[in-house]
Write a protein of this length. Structure first.
Length: 294
């Protein structure tokens, strides 16, 4: 009898090439449409408590989860924190409805690899709307293809927790919605989940669209990345995107004193208390910053 040999098929990396001809992803689109309807409905149910919940959760999810977590920590490893805090940041990131950590990190690493070239998942070269939201609406349902996305995020795929969170990235929001409903009823769910998620999504998407189209360029990078003060203000410092493309592993994105970078301030605070370690910072010529300030 011939020995049985198990042949492991290599993953189909082609699927990650984001082919041009794609059809609408109905489930993603439906969720996003419902969230937008909920966001508009929320505006008719204003209360100061609801506004406070929205602002806190925007900081918690988009600030800690995306800017400090998924982006500067999980994708670029620009600083280190204890594993428990790393996991917490990932849960915060999942609260944005931007997908699980392995999906987000893999997509973003591909963006850096192929910025504004064929293969970039979200470049304005394929249209401003495409870079903003089209790529998500038209994309294949890769969010849950953990095995495939893990090829680009092997460091995360080693952790069972990240694999689990990648598959159940929607769960934290469902639990949060239940908690908010118990505290403040339907209006607090609409403010704390629907409106907060929609604001957070568009802020993050502006980094993919606006800061690859509008703003100033300090560094002559091979992509079209720009520095945008107004995007930086609404994304906890992510708008200093030309700085970031020039120095991807720097934990500090706003390189000049006048470039407000909330996440950098928070990382400095964590470093001061000994929580953040091995913080990487771009070393650049101060004359360059002075020239830009003039
Ligand atoms: Zn970019
Ligand atoms: Zn990046």
């Amino acid at each position: 009898m011939a020995p049985r040999v198990s042949v492991q098929k290599p993953p189909n990396i082609e699927l990650l090439e984001f082919p041009e001809k794609q059809s609408l992803n109905w489930s993603t689109t439906l969720v996003l449409v419902l969230l937008h309807i909920g966001a508009v409905a929320a505006l008719f149910m204003f209360s100061w408590a609801n506004l406070a919940v929205l602002l806190f959760l925007l900081w918690f999810a988009t600030g800690l989860g995306i800017s400090m977590g998924y982006h500067r920590l999980h994708t670029h490893r620009s600083y280190q924190v204890p594993l428990a805090l790393e996991y917490l940041f990932a849960v915060c990131g999942a609260l944005t409805f931007e997908g699980g950590p392995i999906f987000w990190v893999a997509t973003h690493r591909i963006h850096h690899q192929k910025s504004d070239m064929p293969g970039d998942p979200h470049s304005p070269h394929d249209g401003g709307w495409w870079a903003h939201a089209g790529w998500i609406l038209m994309g294949e349902a890769k969010h849950n293809n953990t095995r495939l996305m893990s090829k680009y995020a092997p460091d995360l795929a080693k952790h069972r927790f990240y694999v689990w969170l990648n598959n159940y990235h929607w769960l934290p929001n469902v639990l949060l919605a239940g908690l908010l409903f118990a505290i403040g009823g339907v209006s607090m769910v609409l403010w704390g989940v629907a409106l907060r998620v929609v604001v957070g999504l568009h802020a993050t998407w502006l980094v993919n669209s606006a800061t690859h189209m509008w703003g100033s360029r300090r560094f002559n990078t091979r992509d079209d990345s720009r520095n945008s003060w107004w995007v930086a203000l609404i994304t906890f410092g992510e708008g200093w995107h030309n700085n970031h493309h020039a120095h991807p592993t720097s934990a500090r994105h706003g390189l000049a004193w006048y470039e407000i970078d909330m996440s950098w301030i928070q990382i400095r605070v964590l470093e001061f208390f000994g929580v953040a370690k091995a913080v990487k910072v771009a070393k650049i010529d101060s004359a360059l910053l002075e020239r830009d300030a003039a």
